[in-house]
Design a protein around this ligand. Structure first.
Ligand code: COA
Length: 260
């Protein structure tokens, strides 16, 4: 089925997913969430893809939030479903099993900030702006913002952002650890691609196990997380990539990882 709200381009093991509603600042409507769900479900098993970069069309917005026009008819029950549906899509991104980089090219508000938070790495252009302005509408973040923002920047800053609804610029987002890097807009996609390529140059089994362990750190008590880490470390040691990586270091050459 052709997509109407986003496009996907696969090149050199990287899938570029671009939300494409620039006239609405790439606001996430139901169609867009359905397309994201379908796309990420397929990317999970696509053997030609080992990393994903997600961005927004145009130079003004990454995603300016959920589409506010779809909020008008929500009640207690449908509102809960609305939140659960969005959360499920963003969970799919966080647990894709492959690295996902958000290339934030402008407004990342509400659901846009939450989508970036579900990604593993966030790179922002200098004009990017972040915020959870839901309180301005009398609602609260519903796609994971109250949970992931806290885990990424800490409860103090997360409280401030969600309670005031204030927007912060890219430098402030960098300062509080919300983004990994800030670059001029023209360098945003090349920088994101370079980061993806650095990750792609490693053993992909190790990358996937690292994501699994790091994701678990957000959910498990330390003692359980350490058990998982030890189990995955053992699994990693049994791979051909581990043998090759260690051998290559000792032989003073670059490793040739095969993802096995
Ligand atoms: N949902 C639906 N439409 C949105 C939207 C959203 N979250 N954000 C922007 N748009 C639409 C605007 O309605 C406008 O559409 P129109 O031209 O048909 O009237 C278009 O995108 C451009 O937005 P506009 O507000 O004119 O741009 P701006 O530069 O003046 O302001 C923002 C930019 C981001 C400050 C402003 O659009 C805004 O506050 N958006 C809502 C952000 C938000 O609250 N997100 C969380 C939702 S839970």
């Amino acid at each position: 089925m052709p997509h109407t709200t986003l496009f996907v381009d696969i090149k050199d093991r990287i899938a570029w997913v671009t939300i494409n509603r620039p006239d609405k600042l790439n606001a996430l409507n139901a169609q867009c969430k359905a397309e994201l769900k379908e796309v990420f479900t397929n990317l999970r098993t696509n053997s030609e893809v080992d990393a994903v970069i997600i961005t927004g069309a145009g130079e003004k917005a990454f995603i300016a939030g959920t589409d506010i026009s779809e909020l008008t008819s929500l009640n207690a029950e449908s509102g809960k479903q609305f939140s659960e549906n969005g959360q499920a899509v963003f969970d799919l991104i966080q647990h894709l099993g492959k690295p996902v980089i958000a290339a934030v090219n402008g407004y990342a508000l509400g659901g846009g900030c939450e989508l970036a938070l579900a990604c593993h790495i966030r790179i922002a252009s200098e004009n990017a702006k972040f915020g959870q302005p839901e309180v301005n509408l009398g609602i609260i973040p519903g796609y994971g913002g109250t949970q992931r923002l806290t885990r990424v920047v800490g409860i103090g800053k997360a409280m401030e952002l969600t309670l005031t609804g204030n927007t912060i610029d890219a430098q402030e987002a960098l300062r509080i650890g919300l983004v990994n890097k800030v670059v001029p807009l023209v360098e945003l996609l090349p920088t994101s691609e370079a980061m993806a390529k650095t990750i792609l140059s490693k053993g992909q089994l190790a990358i996937r196990m690292t994501i699994k362990a790091m994701n678990a750190s957000m959910e498990l008590p330390l003692s359980e997380g350490l058990k998982l880490e030890a189990a995955l470390f053992g699994e990693a040691c049994s791979t051909e990539d581990a043998k090759e990586g260690v051998r290559a270091f000792l032989e003073k050459r670059k490793p040739l990882f095969k993802g096995k």
